[in-house]
Design a protein around this ligand. Structure first.
Ligand SMILES: [Fe+2]
Ligand SMILES: [Fe+2]
Length: 348
């Protein structure tokens, strides 16, 4: 018997006993640099908006049915999971006047970034948070939440979640609220109180309260920042911090907002975190791994881990503003976050 046949025979006999020789792992599975199946990709706003409008009359956000009228962005490299990256999910939700998306809770953490409409609110942990364009609202892990619409026109927002990460840990739990609607209580988590001082009683001690970052506060801060020196790789960029810890927006994901002035370009870099972007205002181009992606208001794109990327505002007179969500918080505690500065890429 040849050596190869001997080895095949050995592998077969081991497999019968649920044992596997490490010699069976191909050398390519030990790359020098991180490799990801996630592909750079851009989703046009027109396609997302169309999908929501088509689902508008066919899908109702009802318990035991769809729960939410939501569509999600599927990365071409993650067809099996239908997620936007290996850690993060960007979804878009539409709610009609008078509708209630029923209350529930889950082990996944979520953020809402509000895009269109007026008059809807989200109730998180019995806190009524009225949604306005550009607001960021947190639904921390295991917090009860429902959405209701008291306005006159459809409302649309981004749902950002850590679903694939929680899935990979196999700790998904989901629970419907015991009752049709959640109660509302007096405001307990006033963000403005969380500057340098905060109450010492009650559940204000929770490390991850359902915070509401209002665009009317964030935008002036961003404009003010834009009077100074930009960050080389992100322009005028801010992170939505947890004011109680100074840490990331949520334990498993963090959000950011960045402004690029007309004509402004950033330098190229790469990092082991993955970032999902939403073009909130303006238009521009982002080069990812040598591939050019042109975006305009409403478009979304993903920068997969360890891909070189740089941004440019290509408008002559309009600021560009990008909202983003990243998975750095699940890398940093384990020393797995790495960043590298690069050379300018082709194109631009
Ligand atoms: Fe939910
Ligand atoms: Fe980056």
């Amino acid at each position: 018997m040849s050596g190869m046949a001997n080895l095949e025979e050995l592998d077969r006999r081991l497999a019968e006993k649920w044992i596997s020789g490490i010699w069976r792992i191909p050398a390519g599975a030990r790359p020098g640099d991180p490799k990801t199946k996630i592909q750079p990709h851009l989703w046009k706003w027109a396609d997302i908006h169309d999908a929501l409008l088509q689902a508008k009359d066919q899908i109702k956000p009802e318990r035991g049915q769809a729960e939410r009228r939501t569509i999600r962005l599927v990365n071409p490299g993650a067809k099996d999971t239908e997620m936007t990256s290996h850690t993060l999910l960007f979804a878009f939700q539409l709610i009609q006047p008078g509708e209630v998306a029923p209350p529930h809770r889950h082990t996944m953490s979520a953020i809402r970034f509000i895009l269109q409409g007026k008059g809807a609110y989200t109730n998180v942990d019995s806190q009524k948070m009225v949604m306005e364009d550009g607001d960021l609202i947190l639904t921390p892990r295991w917090a009860w939440h429902e959405h209701a619409h008291e306005g006159a026109e459809p409302m649309i927002w981004i749902d950002g979640l850590d679903v694939p990460f929680i899935q990979s840990l196999q700790v998904i739990s989901f629970e419907p609220f015991p009752g049709e609607r959640m109660p509302l209580s007096e405001p307990r988590y006033d963000t403005s109180a969380y500057g340098l001082a905060r109450p010492v009683t009650g559940d204000n001690d929770k490390p991850n309260p359902p915070l509401h970052y209002r665009w009317k506060d964030i935008y002036p801060a961003l404009k003010k920042l834009a009077e100074g020196e930009p960050n080389a790789y992100d322009g005028y960029a801010m992170e939505y911090v947890n004011p109680l810890t100074g840490g990331p927006t949520l334990p498993t994901l963090s959000c950011g907002i960045q402004l690029l002035k007309p004509g402004q370009r950033t330098q190229s870099h790469r990092h082991t975190s993955t970032v999902l972007y939403h073009a909130f205002r303006g238009r521009g181009t982002t080069v990812i791994g040598g591939q050019e992606f042109k975006w305009e208001q409403g478009d979304n794109f993903v920068v997969p881990l360890w891909h070189w990327h740089e941004h440019a505002n290509t408008a002559a007179s309009e600021d560009a503003i990008l909202f983003s969500m990243n998975d750095a918080p699940v890398l940093k505690p384990f020393g797995l976050y790495r960043e590298e500065a690069g050379q300018p890429q082709m194109g631009l």
